[in-house]
Write a protein that binds this ligand. Structure first.
Ligand SMILES: [Zn+2]
Length: 322
């Protein structure tokens, strides 16, 4: 029985992913990036969920370059950074490393992050973790990882997947019943070989999977829609996607337009995903986007009928903010 548009469409959740501990209005959940991959650590905000990047940690990599993850094609130092670290030229152009990645079997790095995760779980309503996996295919062949692999008796890919799953289990043990959002890099086909993701095994410990779909522009929404549909079909827990609005230090002329964001959000919404997150430096940037979205009347009219009405209803709700 048809009751109302509003009742029918409030299944999809909306959230923000922010670098400052101030929540935005007009969304269901705000995530605060208390420890992004830069490695800086902020203070928990009890009104926001907490995101922690685990093994991607530029600050710790500068302090302890001996903890960096290793491949035959060089260490997991991100591309084009300076200065030299302990005489090693930073930058590994063989991989698309967006940040420095530490070895995920390093006990000190694990405990440092698990303790932070546990503290944040105690103080905030939920946990989101990023970068809790191997840097990419070929990582990590440091002496400790090779020895652990040998002792396991498993093949290389099974050992890596088991290592990633067991880390997630440790996170779950530390945070109890608190909601756990697990970010996974957007490769639905080779995630196991590249990062050590065993989707089904991870689903035992994750409450929600989050797929970052960050881009400075979304001119081809078809691709993002395809990725969202692929993950939704494969993952056994709810799936959120994360879209890029405006990150720290971005040139405002080099970020996606409201029209592009609304279009890609509608196209993703119709794949049946369970949530859409918007990344921004802070709540003000979200507010700027919300205002631009409300005023994007032409594209909102165009997007009517695509099957992503939940996004249009969200923008309707945002009108009350201004
Ligand atoms: Zn290692």
């Amino acid at each position: 029985m048809y009751k109302s548009h509003e009742v029918m469409v409030r299944k999809l959740k909306f959230a923000t992913f922010l670098y400052q501990p101030e929540p935005a209005e007009g969304v269901d959940i705000n995530f605060y990036r208390i420890k992004p991959e830069s490695g800086t650590v902020g203070k928990p905000n009890p009104s926001m969920y907490t995101n922690i990047a685990v093994f991607g940690d530029n600050a710790l990599a500068q302090k302890h370059p001996e903890w960096i993850s290793i491949s035959k094609d060089g260490p997991a130092f991100r591309r084009l950074t300076s200065p030299k670290v302990n005489g090693i030229n930073p930058g590994n152009k063989k991989y698309n490393l967006r940040w420095d990645v530490l070895c995920m079997t390093n006990p000190e790095v694990r405990e440092y992050n698990l303790k932070l995760i546990e503290d944040c779980a105690r103080q905030t309503p939920g946990i989101s973790i990023s970068s809790q996996h191997f840097a990419d295919h070929g990582f990590c062949v440091c002496p400790r990882c090779v020895e652990l692999w040998r002792q396991s008796g498993l093949n290389w890919y099974d050992w890596r997947a088991k290592t990633v799953t067991e880390f997630l289990k440790e996170v779950r043990d530390r945070i109890g019943d608190k909601p756990l959002y697990v970010n996974m890099l957007p490769d639905p086909v080779l995630g196991r070989e590249r990062f050590g993701y065993d989707f089904d095994a991870l689903a035992e410990y994750a409450d929600v999977f989050v797929i970052p779909m960050f881009s400075k522009a979304y001119p081809s929404p078809w691709y993002w829609e395809m990725l969202a549909r692929a993950f939704k079909s494969k993952l056994k827990k709810p799936v959120f996607t994360n879209l890029y609005v405006r990150g720290p230090n971005d040139d405002p002329n080099q970020v996606p337009t409201a029209d592009q964001l609304l279009t890609v959000a509608v196209r993703i919404a119709r794949t049946g995903v369970d949530g859409i997150i918007f990344l921004a430096e802070n709540a003000q940037r979200i507010r700027d986007f919300q205002k631009a979205a409300v005023n994007s009347t032409d594209i909102l009219a165009e997007l009517d009928g695509y099957g992503g009405d939940e996004v249009l209803t969200l923008v309707d709700r945002w009108r009350s903010l201004f």
